[in-house]
Design a protein around this ligand. Structure first.
Ligand SMILES: NC(=O)c1ccc[n+]([C@@H]2O[C@H](COP(=O)([O-])OP(=O)(O)OC[C@H]3O[C@@H](n4cnc5c(N)ncnc54)[C@H](OP(=O)(O)O)[C@@H]3O)[C@@H](O)[C@H]2O)c1
Length: 332
């Protein structure tokens, strides 16, 4: 039997349920079976638990996009991995599970990372890589704004920009909490609260990473310099405190600006989007990017590990904005 956490229906964090299922007897010739050590929790898991994520499968389902663990069985044609290898991987749902069977190209060796760090890495690394190195293409001297600076993605972004993003970067990081500014400053960046930023004269950004969505997009767009790029990756302002409020949802959605191409031309600015989770549909490309981890000197910020049976508490911890990095589930 294997252990899993399901979202039975939309609801508060307490809705998450632990249950047991039979383990698959046989695996396909190009698949590997991984005994999961840690599963990463992503912000998207919370949005889908609230029933607000358009790409989520119908309830009930097992959420989870990333994990680390040990290969315990390989299919007859697998040549990349062997039993006993420590790996990390990405999966489109099903990650909150004590055992995962996946095609061999959806897992990679953890290298120098610990199992905790490895489970924290895939989604944040791929997102930061695609934003800063594929879409916006950071260059020496760039001025960069990161609006989700204290979480797993923000902290990995600082590390990737500092160790592989070129020289003379100026980075500003935003937080909703005065006490979390120290996290941003520890990476040599300038820390501001969202309201301090809005009331400031900070401008001329080359790259802005926007995860709040809604009205903040218009505000951030104004702060780009000509040829600057705004990359939109989320809508975290859609909820507050782990509760769904349709008024807040509708308000946030309506506040998403519509950009007129003629205006973009005249402003000399670019607006881009990214949904890395959709790219898990064609995992070969994503997994080839994961092999670039060694280009950077990374130490993913693992904040807190919860026993998997305490998944509700883990979600609540993130919703209450207590997280200072990645939050993980641990399987026994
Ligand atoms: N599109 C994509 O492909 C993609 C991929 C990965 C992540 N993302 C997005 O990027 C953002 C950061 O991801 P992450 O993995 O770093 O998340 P995380 O580790 O869970 O970070 C959570 C942080 O987000 C801030 N936050 C903003 N609104 C919040 C809210 N309503 N409730 C709780 N916390 C809130 C809090 O920081 P402060 O307390 O400092 O404000 C919190 O500590 C999220 O919005 C996520 O959806 C998008």
């Amino acid at each position: 039997m294997i252990d899993q956490i399901i979202i039975p229906k939309a609801g508060k964090s307490q809705i998450l349920k632990a249950f047991k299922v039979e383990s698959e007897k046989n695996i396909a010739e190009y698949s590997v079976r991984v005994k999961v050590a840690f599963s990463g929790i992503n912000f998207a898991d919370i949005i889908m638990r609230l029933g607000l994520y358009q790409d989520a499968p119908p309830f009930p389902f097992v959420p989870g996009y990333e994990f680390s663990g040990e290969v315990i069985e390989v299919g007859s044609k697998v040549d990349r991995h062997k039993v006993g290898d420590m790996v990390m991987g990405g999966t489109k749902f099903g990650g909150y599970s004590s055992e995962i069977i996946l095609p061999e190209n959806q897992v990679v060796p953890i290298g120098h990372l610990s199992l905790e760090e490895a489970a924290s890495l895939p989604v944040s690394f791929l997102t930061a890589y695609l934003v800063f190195f594929e879409e916006a293409r950071v260059r020496n001297g760039d001025k960069i704004l990161i609006d989700c600076a204290t979480g797993a993605l923000g902290q990995l972004s600082f590390q990737m920009l500092n160790t592989g993003g070129g020289s003379d970067l100026t980075i500003v990081g935003l937080t909703s909490s005065e006490t979390k500014k120290e996290i941003i400053e520890s990476y040599g960046a300038k820390a501001m609260t969202h309201s301090e930023f809005i009331n400031s004269s900070e401008k001329d950004f080359d790259i802005i990473l926007n995860s709040q969505g809604g009205a903040s997009i218009k505000e951030h767009y104004k702060r780009l310099r000509p040829t600057g790029k705004l990359v939109c990756i989320g809508a975290s302002s859609i909820f507050e405190g782990g509760k769904r409020s349709w008024i807040k949802v509708i308000k946030t959605v309506l506040e998403f600006p519509k950009f007129n191409i003629i205006n973009l031309m005249n402003d000399n600015k670019g607006v881009m989007g990214l949904n890395v989770l959709r790219l898990f549909e064609g995992p070969e490309y994503l997994m080839s990017l994961l092999e670039k981890v060694d280009m950077f000197d990374l130490k993913p910020a693992v904040d807190k590990v919860f026993d998997a049976s305490k998944a509700s508490e883990a979600h609540q911890y993130i919703e209450e904005k207590k997280a200072r990095g990645k939050v993980l589930l641990k399987w026994n």
